[in-house]
Design a protein around this ligand. Structure first.
Ligand SMILES: [Zn+2]
Length: 178
């Protein structure tokens, strides 16, 4: 039995490959990215999300509003769920897709789970976003992938991303404290 070579180098972290979207998914994800840019112009973190029914109706759209209202839970995806959940059935939401300009955090993944939303498409992934977040504790995320939450769900939650990485990254250029 040969021993593995010793190394002091950190293992290379593999970044997720970009998912290729069809025209419909691309259209709605770009709308989420536009909402992220709107959030930023209003003094918030640059995140946006919308929930689209199976028939193409937009059920809810929201942007991060933590800067505007001081509510640390006012992430785009959770805010969109709060808008959609009281007025749409779990069955309707099971057929819906939540588009988010960035990979949902663990809180938003939980909200998506509780809403019974069946599908998620996101832009920049959490690992790439950490380059923008940097090391400040007030900007770092809890490093648990939304996929870990979705895999734990008793009902299926399809997850596609990262997608439109360049476009979704652009919202974050210069938007975080160093
Ligand atoms: Zn979140």
């Amino acid at each position: 039995m040969s021993a593995a070579p010793l190394t002091t180098e950190a293992p290379a972290i593999a970044l997720s490959q970009e998912a290729i979207l069809d025209a419909r998914d691309g259209l709605y994800l770009r709308q989420a990215i536009a909402l992220a840019d709107k959030a930023r112009t209003r003094g918030n973190r640059p995140f946006g999300a919308l929930i689209v029914a199976a028939d193409g109706r937009v059920l809810a759209e929201a942007w991060n509003s933590t800067g505007e209202n001081g509510d640390c839970t006012a992430h785009a995806e959770t805010s969109a769920v709060r808008l959609a959940s009281p007025v749409h059935s779990r069955d309707d939401l099971a057929g819906a897709t939540l588009y988010s300009s960035a990979e949902p955090c663990v809180m938003c993944a939980g909200a998506i789970y509780w809403a019974n939303i069946g599908r998620v498409v996101y832009g920049i992934d959490a690992m790439r976003l950490r380059v923008f977040r940097g090391e400040r504790l007030d900007q770092r995320d809890a490093e648990l992938s939304c996929r870990d939450v979705f895999y734990s769900s008793p009902h299926p939650i399809e997850c596609t991303g990262p997608a439109l990485i360049d476009e979704s990254s652009a919202s974050h250029q210069g938007a975080w404290k160093s």
